[in-house]
Ligand binder design. Sequence first.
Ligand code: CTP
Ligand code: CA
Length: 225
Amino acid sequence: AANLFETGLLAGLEVVITAGPTREAIDPVRYISNHSSGKMGYAIAAAARDAGARVTLISGPVIIPAPERVNCVRTESARDMLDASLALLGRCDIFIAAAAVADYRPMTAAHQKIKKSADSMELTLVKNPDVVATVAAHELRPFTVGFAAETQDVDVYARDKLVRKNLDMIVANDVSLSEIGFNSDQNAVTVFWAENQQSFAQMSKQALARELVGLIAHRYQQTQT
Ligand code: CTP
Ligand code: CA
């Protein structure tokens, strides 16, 4: 796989990657989010860049720095991430959705800080748009790759998402395994596409990103002929 990078496997291609969590405002000082570090998506961005692609990262709020020579669009909410994604579809060959998008947001974000009053309070949440499914259903549909974070029946749920969201490939990881996943520097995944699948044993997110970019590029080239 190493020499694939030297030969510019993705030369001339535009790759867009979503990464990190989203933040869904409750009021001006509070939000709903998750523990996504952005490390996997950022590692894929660096690997795609090394393979010769022009890369845009659409990132939720993360601590890690943007890779060099990668365009970075900073977003906050799921709806921001969707808007930024759709705006890039005119020049996107491969879309990789590594972000941990919040599934729900507060129905309304209060304009002023909510004051403490009763002993309990309720927040009404509404479903967010699905960024990767919207991209895959668009008339400018790029080659579309999703991720699936599962805690059980990984293959069943991942294949279901592959079909339901009309993805070309899906990268599934078992987030019930404590030593890998969200905040870890390591990951182990299984990639599903068409009738096939390939598993990658635990390794660094950097090494895994190179494997994934190699596999995605190979599949992408097959669909172009
Ligand atoms: N995704 C997205 N927009 C959302 C939710 C998810 O683009 N609003 C994308 C993620 O970036 C990932 C894939 O969809 O590539 C699967 O995310 P996941 O959370 O595993 O699946 P969901 O469809 O949200 O289903 P659930 O959380 O119920 O398992
Ligand atoms: Ca989800």
